[in-house]
Design a protein around this ligand. Sequence first.
Ligand code: ADP
Ligand code: ZN
Ligand code: ZN
Length: 750
Amino acid sequence: MYRYADVIIDISLDKLDRPFSYHIPDELVGKLEAGMRVLVPFGQGNITKKAYIVALTETTKWDPAKVKDIIGISKDAVSMEEKQVELAAFIRRNFGGTMNQALKVVLPAKAKVKKLLLREVERLMNRDELISLKGEAERKHQSAKAKLLDALLEQETIPYEWITGKLGVSAATIGSLEKAGALRINSVTEFRNPVHFAEGLEDDRKHLSDAQKFIVDEVTKDLEDNTPGKYLIHGITGSGKTEVYMALIEEVVKRGQQAIFLIPEIALTYQTLMRFFKRFGNRVSVMNSTLSPGEKYDQCMRAKNGEIDIVIGPRSALFVPFPNLGMIVMDEEHETSYKSESSPKYHARIVAEHLADISGAAFVLGSATPSLESYYNAKTGKYRLFELKERLTGGYLPNVTTVDLREELNSGNKSIFSRKLKALLEDRIAKGEQSMLFLNRRGYSGFISCRSCGEVMKCPHCDVSLSEHYGGKMMCHYCGYETKKPSLCPKCGSKYIAGFKAGTEQIEESLLKMFPGVKVLRMDADTTKTKDSYEKILSAFANEEAQILVGTQMIVKGHDFPKVTLVGVIAADMSLGNSDYRSAERTFCLLTQAVGRAGRGTVPGEAVIQTYQPDHYAVAFSEKQDYEGFFEEELAYRKMLGYPPAAHMLAIMVFGPGSDDTKAVANSIANRAKTFIENEVEGGFATAPVLGPTPAVIGKIKDLYRFVVYIKAESYDILVKAKDSLEEYLNDNPPKREFVQFDFDPINMM
Ligand code: ADP
Ligand code: ZN
Ligand code: ZN
């Protein structure tokens, strides 16, 4: 019999981030479960606080006389499933942060939200009675009344809002018919459904190709044998992966189970949802941060109550509490947005895999350019590998040419367009075909520097360069700081201050100059600030309202444009340059996906990659569209230097307002880590080297200095233990103004 409960006090003070033991009073025995929210007396003054139960126990290790009683169950809270508590514990254990932070991650809906009450009008009279009443109304020229009676003749129940809205009948008229006994007004509760498509859209189900069918059959066999596995589908874009996912999910639903379909970004929801809706109707829903609290809560309730079978969304969709989860699908699994950017910095792939394990669900990953991690797992037998090598729409893989920008300069071409790319653009414009130009760099325009002394204009709050904007302004895209571009260099007084012209705005400008009258659309962080802008630009391009689409990496994802027959990569090196162990992978992936945008239709496409480093293996392998070749070379590099997936790495980031103080805290952390590894880890530093502290790649953001300590180890577990030891240390020695963040297998070098 459980007589005690471990609870986490629901406030975000890290110091309270440990379970407290409470006694379960008689009247609550048997009524409590892990995940429930309860009220407890807390502290000296016994203030009533809300708390989450994380575990029930038979005994307590504290003096029972001093353990206080739980007051009662908190009424206004969503109770968590046991599985969610387990997931929170898993996230906290493997990614650091506090239990409260982890609990917040796994609760897609934070609190109960008032139910949505809908009113409807129900008819009470039979046909003849209604007809005679209508005749009477017409004689008296009560046209509104007649209209409503007409509607009631057609339908037994009508939404109240429809009558007062569309039909234009007043509440008074409805009331008078209610008095006359013709109708009744009912209140019905309804869960909010964020999916609004018309019923009856036709499912454009395809007859599966042999390669697709093979995957579906193999996975289905495992489902039938009750041995759901883990699978990686490596298939070029357009090879029919989504069609396979849908067929697999159909199998799962057929067995009375549910499925989670993860997508990397909210922006991709619409098109995916549309396809799923056509097949699964309103058994499919979405979960993401654009939903209102009420909508989020209701999706959880609908999932619990068995109203839906499938939920689509980014990371947070993982935490929708399905009663009998049968499959998790993770599309575009290589995308970095699957990793949370705030504490706890969990990776959805790892959490999803754990959820699949504890639910007995199948786990399906898919990508055209799998992450090194997943492909490594496939190669080492942890995942089963499937390949889809052909496009099913009959499109061709494009012809790829690499252009050496150094040679362009040597031949006197100072433009951002190589002669080859310019000629091809001209050709496409003449033929009425579309082109996409891709700048593989975050942000918009280049940095501003003095041509005389080389001084770079930097943000006073962040250690990054300012970029040039229209109207002679400079802007920081980390903190939004804005200032006028100086006319003289602040260092040497020279007047030759200029921006490095290679932003999307500049490309657009040059295009308009080069091809007067050409229609250009631009998609970057600037043009997609408002809610629907992303969708608007893409559909405008799909409707051929422009011949050229210029953009950052946003344009390489999703969406088919059959008329695009040319893709140009302006400077492949932009993502190679930074001092980051994943930059080759990122570049290969971006180039491959970008190139893949050409030739989706019936006309063969062409792609041009402009670069200063044509011999770099990331460029060379993407030119050949050779994933396997890239993987081998990249893995060899990761093995040699001990980077993931060959080994693991923990980044400990320290932030603080003073440079010296922050560095001192980082130093004490590095020392503590070293002591821990020396004493507790077999092999010491040879097994787990500690590096740093060093200033982070960007040493300051928003006036906070950033220092980083790295620990590398072959075993993830050693890193988890090191993190535990550091958290304990920080609990005992809390820094004054600095704070610390853990990042396992970081996506970017800090
Ligand atoms: P991916 O998810 O790999 O990009 P999709 O499933 O979106 O691929 O398929 C790409 C295109 O090919 C879509 O237009 C889809 O309708 C079509 N398609 C998929 N499977 C088939 C098939 N078996 N026969 C014909 N067309 C197909
Ligand atoms: Zn200068
Ligand atoms: Zn700034």
